[in-house]
Ligand binder design. Structure first.
Ligand code: ZN
Length: 98
């Protein structure tokens, strides 16, 4: 989860971005939009992970080795995101035809 969405600001509080505006007139809409996409993004990451675990498990473990940190169910969300964004976009498969 993005740290920004952890801020449970009241609508009438001064916005945390420092604009001097009330939250409801400033970043509230952006944060709501971010929250809306966050669920979709997480679902997509989960689907991609399920796919890799089912069909390319060795590549997934190899990638985790290269990454050099333990990635499992207990890993912090931000760390998981870093790993999976790297894995999805930049990891090169050992054997693309398998
Ligand atoms: Zn703001």
């Amino acid at each position: 989860m993005y740290c920004i969405s952890k801020l449970e600001l009241n609508r009438n509080d001064p916005c945390q971005c420092g604009s001097g505006l009330k939250y409801k007139h400033c970043c509230l809409k952006t944060h709501q939009e971010r929250k809306r996409w966050e669920g979709l993004e997480n679902n997509l990451r989960e689907s991609i992970t399920d796919y890799w675990q089912e069909f390319h498990e060795n590549d997934l473990y190899n990638a985790i080795n290269i990454y050099g940190k333990i990635i499992d169910k207990n890993t912090e969300v931000t760390e998981c995101r870093l790993f999976f964004d790297w894995f999805i976009h930049d990891y090169i498969l050992n054997n693309i035809s398998s």
